[in-house]
Design a protein around this ligand. Sequence first.
Ligand code: UDP
Ligand code: MG
Length: 317
Amino acid sequence: MKLSVVIPLFNEEAVIDTTYSRLSEVIAGLTRDGLVTDYEILFVDDGSRDRSLEILRRLAAGNSGVKVISLSRNFGHQKALAAGLLHCSGDAVVSLDADLQDPPELIRDMLEKYRKGKDIVYGVRRARGKDTFFKRVTARFFYRMMQAMGVDLIYDHADYRLVSRAVVEAFRAVRETNIFLRGIFPYLGFSHEIVYYDRDERHAGETKYPLRKMLAFAWEGITSFSNVPLRLASFSGLIISIASLALVLWAFYEKFAGRTIPGWTSTVIPIFFIGGLNILFLGLIGEYIGKIYLEVKRRPLFFIRETHNLGGFERRD
Ligand code: UDP
Ligand code: MG
């Protein structure tokens, strides 16, 4: 059983050493108990501008179990994590933040579920007491809104999760560039379980997710998984068309009741009519754009859980 731990990081010189030693301790424990026979710690340097890469080079030189990918520039947490997932070789892969907010000790619980046959184990925060008030409120709003938009998400699950090799292979087939991992894993399917943990404070350094990045992240989530905003256009088009029809009738009524000056009816009716039609057809075009959008993503038609005597990837149990 080979365990991969993927750690995306951006300007984390202040924590890398601590993270590495705490993680090493956990892995040593797992190895001692025979839960893990081989491991790799794969750091993905997301274009750090501090001494992070230097530290990683040193760690890699001292331990062949430490692997490093350094991206050409800052691509963002999600893409850095994807790079790690696509380059790791473990039977089970855990993704972890570099700042020790997600306790590495939880990997043991995750592995236990994995050994019971679960393909995805989601780490979910039990309490957010240590997050700032602002972070808590915005996070809750985010999960609620995503739910309202029909996006399948695990509530309060960030990116601390274990996935099996089968899931990594399925993920490999997802070729979209607008990547929102928290939505992708529930979308992949497979059997899953949740383990709860208390999220700690960031060990050192500052958050790499300022409000600007948080908003971009939320927007990415909505627009890559939901057609609801587009539907809104068709829906309001329909409502406005119906309303404008009523207004047309009203304009005629006023004319025949003799309460209008000449020219009013013939001016106002086309305005209502064409306005309603405009929005309705805009919505209709939107529906097709939505379909095109889904097509160009080229999402795979299916994902395989296991195969037998077929060659290639076979399931672990
Ligand atoms: N991160 C990254 N690229 C970025 C921003 C963040 O790889 O552009 C990493 C960061 O180093 C950390 C993880 O993503 O390991 C989560 O970021 P952070 O802890 O700053 O976010 P928060 O916990 O404050 O939401
Ligand atoms: Mg953090």
